[in-house]
Ligand binder design. Structure first.
Ligand code: NAD
Length: 470
């Protein structure tokens, strides 16, 4: 039996409703609210452009109301649960409680219109302001690892800055992204927003992403993902923000509070099964504290693999040359242990293994709860190794130390966008650390943790000879 896609059914129903409503004697057809999902990229971008033109006439109060509508729809408890469960089911990655925490953080802590501040100069010659204005239609590419988090995060920031957005989700997260975009459209319609401020296509694909990148009505590209998509947007000829791969090292020196450090490392590296680009991906510990650290890690939910044969078996299972094996990305630690024939202890959250620095576990961005531990002779060597392991991504690094000079040296040497000291990596994105939340961290292009002001143009407005009241 041939199956008919829900998208086709929806369009047929819409057409029939319109035709019936248009018959003589039947009341004026009422505009059907758009769900934001379009059959092809051209119609999605064209609709978003029309929405943006209407959006220009809305007030800042309207914008704030629409941003609140996006936050509120994400924060409905059943929606948080649905996003987390739906993503784990569809992508096969991560875990439900941590995905709920991530979606909640992004809905609550992404800055809105308050992020847009005006600069002004006044003097004898008058008044000049620089205001933060929209680009228009933004093309946003989202990853499998944080599909709903990135849509919520980008929608809030991009709408707050006055833009419309076309999303190009990862094909492996289509269903949950469609569900969220429908809910956002429903919430925006109820708040009185122009239709189609947040749209996507029925069938996300690399071809559709390319069509979006080339579309003349798309004024800014924002890519959240690995090196290929960051390179693609930067080669597009358009203004682009690239939020690329990380491989965050975590240095532990001899002055660190080891028990606290171990808890933070397990919490950070097991968060959503190590999917976040910010999560600790390798630990480099000064030799004199390495054994104590490993012991404390195991006390907080890590399982140490000691047998070299088992470490080799794990490597063969999860590493494919310079990449992780997709089937094992974001899987539970217990499942990974079972696959190599180890009975997982109850409550295991993370697998650790002491390996030499050259090991693929250190080099490859694994994105799973497998954390290599490397020994360094002193803090200078630990920092040097951390810089190499980070691959110059300028993304995230973590250090546990009470030596201010060592912390400063590491920060200067590693040049990452986020540097977390004495906490779990997720403190760097506002979860248990000060500062706002973002899931689009633009290391390669330098915007840092993106927010409304990043998705905007600076426009100077000059009034000559007046409005200076000093
Ligand atoms: P991915 O690069 O495979 O996919 C990301 C998006 O880009 C998807 O929508 C995908 O369809 C698209 N894409 C990838 N290659 C493309 C190409 N050649 N042409 C057109 N579209 C292309 O990444 P992923 O596996 O979904 O996510 C994990 C990666 O993203 C990791 O490297 C992680 O570090 C990174 N990431 C970075 C940030 C950040 O803020 N810097 C946030 C999340 C994830």
């Amino acid at each position: 039996m041939t199956s008919i896609s829900p998208e086709v059914v929806r369009r047929v129903v819409e057409r029939v409703v319109r035709e019936v409503a248009a018959r003589p004697g039947v009341a004026e057809p009422t505009e059907l609210p758009s769900d934001g999902i379009f059959p092809d990229m051209d119609s999605a971008v064209t609709a978003a452009d029309a929405a943006w033109r209407q959006y220009l006439d809305c007030s800042m109060k309207d914008r704030a109301r629409f941003v609140k509508a996006v936050r509120d729809v994400a924060l409905v408890p059943e929606h948080l649960e649905r996003m987390a469960r739906g993503t784990v089911e569809e992508t096969g990655m991560g875990n439900v409680p941590d995905k709920i925490a991530k979606n909640r953080a992004v809905a609550e802590l992404t800055p809105g219109t308050e992020d847009l501040t005006t600069e002004a100069w006044s003097g004898d010659d008058g008044l000049t302001t620089v205001e933060i204005s929209p680009f228009g239609v933004i093309g946003a590419i989202t990853p499998t690892t944080n599909p709903t988090e990135t849509v919520i995060n980008n929608s809030i920031g991009m709408l707050a800055a006055g833009n419309a957005v076309v999303f190009s989700p990862h094909p492996r997260a289509t269903r949950i992204t469609h569900w969220l975009i429908r809910e956002i459209n429903r919430a925006l319609a109820e708040a009185g927003a122009p239709p189609n401020l947040v749209v996507t296509v029925a069938e996300p694909s690399i071809e559709n992403t390319n069509a979006m990148m080339q579309h003349k009505l798309v004024r800014l590209l924002v890519a959240t993902g690995g090196p290929a998509i960051v390179k693609a947007v930067l080669s597009s000829g358009k203004k682009a923000i690239g939020a690329g791969a990380g491989n965050p090292p975590c240095v532990v020196d001899a002055t660190a509070e080891i028990e606290k450090a171990a808890k933070h490392i397990v919490d950070g590296a097991s968060f959503d099964n190590n999917l976040p680009c910010t999560a600790e991906k390798e630990v480099i510990a000064v030799s004199c504290v390495a054994d104590l650290l490993k012991f404390e890690l195991t006390k907080h939910g890590a399982y140490e693999l000691r047998d070299p044969d088992l470490i080799a078996k794990l490597e063969a299972l999860v590493v494919d040359g310079r990449h992780p094996v997709t089937d094992w990305v974001g899987k539970d630690a217990a499942l990974i242990l079972k696959a190599i024939g180890v009975e997982p202890p109850a409550g295991v959250r993370l697998i650790i293994a002491e390996v030499p620095f050259e090991h693929p576990f250190v080099r490859v961005e694994l994105m799973m709860p497998v954390l290599p531990v490397v020994r360094a002779k002193d803090v200078t060597e630990a920092i040097d190794l951390a810089v190499i392991a980070e691959h110059g991504n300028r993304h995230t690094a973590v250090m546990h130390s009470t030596d201010v000079n060592a912390l400063t040296r590491m920060a200067k040497r590693i040049q990452t966008t986020i540097f977390v000291k004495n906490g779990p990596s997720y403190a760097g994105i506002g979860i248990g650390g000060e500062g706002f939340c973002s899931f689009t961290i633009a290391g390669p292009t330098g915007e840092g943790l993106t927010s409304a002001r990043t998705f905007a143009r600076r426009r100077r407005c000059v009034l000559v000879g007046g409005l200076n009241v000093r």
